[in-house]
Design a protein around this ligand. Sequence first.
Ligand code: HEC
Length: 270
Amino acid sequence: MDTRLGIWAAAIAALQLAVIPPLFAQSGDPLAVGRKMLIEDNPGELWIDQGQALFYEKRGPKKVSLEQCDFGMGPGKLEGAAARLPRYFADTDRVEDLETRLLTCMTRLQGFDRNELVKTAISAPASKGSDIEALALFITSRSNGMKVNVSLNHQKEYEMYKAGEYLFYRRSGQTDFGCVQCHGEPGKRIRLQDLVHMTSKAGTQEVSSTWPAYRGSHYVVRTMQWRLNDCVWQMRLPDLKYATEYSIALTTFLNRQGNDAVIQVPGFKR
Ligand code: HEC
């Protein structure tokens, strides 16, 4: 493990040990203060610089930077771009979320192999993280302080949103689980983990404004693709293929529902 991360890991472990017991006595949410302390000093910040360096570096078989990548506001224009994702892109004739768009640019502009990128997109816990994780965080951080503003004006955006809504409520698989069963009511928990209530505006706003997020228990930055993959695993469905329509649809639905939330990344998650 990178020593810098090792130090963070040790610091976080120490914090958790130091903070939890007295809090148990005082509040209904024993982890609240520890969480707040970590947000104020979020290790995920380290990934922003890493992502920025990757963005401007000439990389890939074609040896170009990502400055010509259009995230919807024009080539290289990142301010406010992530706030409007997912959205329709004419050059691919499809709706893309942030990570799908990154794959488009890294393959088309830089010449990377899509399969190779996908294989390494989600990093191992306690690793240095993947290029895509760092890039996704850097790009989203350029919308910090701005409001989520997902539009459904294009027919394909609207269809993607409706597909996401359908999937959110649909029960499927051997456990017959739907997202709504874990995320459809306030105050639900699995063990100590609060389940975000996503049929409320506040809940979807929490989702739309805090990803990519630093995941304390993994010591790396995680993206929305990872989060959905993890929930799909909890539902015992087949593995979610990275950057495919299922996750783009759910992200379109959740982000649109979470419009007007002020973006602040990296979020901090358990
Ligand atoms: C079996 C229960 C369960 C189901 C079903 C489930 N999730 Fe989750 N979800 C969780 C848990 C547990 C967490 C993480 C909570 C934590 O770590 O604090 C989570 C977290 C999330 C988050 C991150 C919330 C945040 O912190 O911003 C999103 C987004 C999410 N789920 C979406 C979905 C979607 C979409 C589906 C359906 C495809 C789904 N979940 C199905 C249990 C579930």
